[in-house]
Design a protein around this ligand. Structure first.
Ligand SMILES: CC(C)(COP(=O)(O)OP(=O)(O)OC[C@H]1O[C@@H](n2cnc3c(N)ncnc32)[C@H](O)[C@@H]1OP(=O)(O)O)[C@@H](O)C(=O)NCCC(=O)NCCS
Length: 209
């Protein structure tokens, strides 16, 4: 039975996937969510699902948190140590903090018929905060579609530039989309130091310019 409260529902999903919360979140990459099971799709066929972008809804909370962990522990794994990955994507995510964080931003999700393929969030001042693709959907243009939704929203709002902090894993993606490097940084994250890149992209009034 689904909880009506998104936070309780998220906690229920995360705890319901194989018993121990830690086991669920350390077994990336996989798509363990109850929502995925509802659709009866084998994992190998997920990449064939048609994906559309839509605004984040409170019921997406558990899927977003799971996707975040799976994405980092798989796609970012070649670039960071296990200690850095564990600090970035803790085995026991603070779901309440996630709920607050997402509520304070604009967020789009890529929805493959109820299975989350990716999500992106930004702030009204032009800061692109979160951009994550589920490993099962990597290199299919999911992040590009999400990013272009964000860029279009910022252009429509008249913002002169979009800025972000790119991980080592994401730097090629942002370069592909025309971002310029401003600085290399080390950011403290739960006791670890992670390399990242401050980047920006000017937003001309005409995207063709
Ligand atoms: C970075 C990330 C969001 C890209 O997602 P994606 O959906 O696979 O990206 P796309 O398919 O839209 O890629 C578009 C282009 O970006 C570039 N690109 C993306 N991932 C790349 C990689 N790992 N290596 C080199 N280039 C890459 C390519 O030019 C790609 O085009 P191509 O596939 O035709 O060559 C994803 O790898 C991810 O979630 N990484 C882990 C988490 C992370 O670091 N998030 C960003 C936090 S700042």
């Amino acid at each position: 039975m689904w909880q009506s409260d998104p936070l309780a529902r998220a906690a229920e999903i995360l705890l319901d996937n194989g018993g121990e919360r830690d086991d669920v979140l350390c077994d990336s990459p996989r798509l363990p969510s109850a929502r995925a099971a509802d659709f009866g799709q084998p994992v190998s066929s997920y990449h064939m699902l048609p994906v559309t972008e839509r605004p984040y809804e409170p019921g997406d909370l558990a899927g977003v948190v799971e996707l975040f962990v799976a994405s980092i522990r798989s796609l970012a794994a070649p670039f960071y140590t296990p200690e850095q990955l564990a600090a970035w994507a803790p085995a026991t995510p603070d779901v309440a903090r996630w709920q607050q964080h997402l509520a304070s931003q604009h967020t789009f999700v890529a929805d493959g018929g109820g299975i989350l393929a990716g999500f992106a969030s930004y702030q009204p001042d032009g800061y692109l905060d979160l951009l994550y693709t589920h490993p099962a959907f990597a290199r299919r243009g999911i992040a590009s579609r999400l990013y272009l939704r964000v860029e279009a929203a910022l252009r429509a709002a008249g913002l002169p530039r979009v800025v972000t902090h790119a991980s080592l894993a994401a730097r090629p993606f942002f370069q592909h989309h025309g971002f310029q490097l401003d600085a290399e940084e080390g950011v403290e994250c739960r006791g670890a130091t992670l390399r990242r890149f401050a980047m920006h992209k000017p937003l001309a009034a005409n995207p063709a310019l």
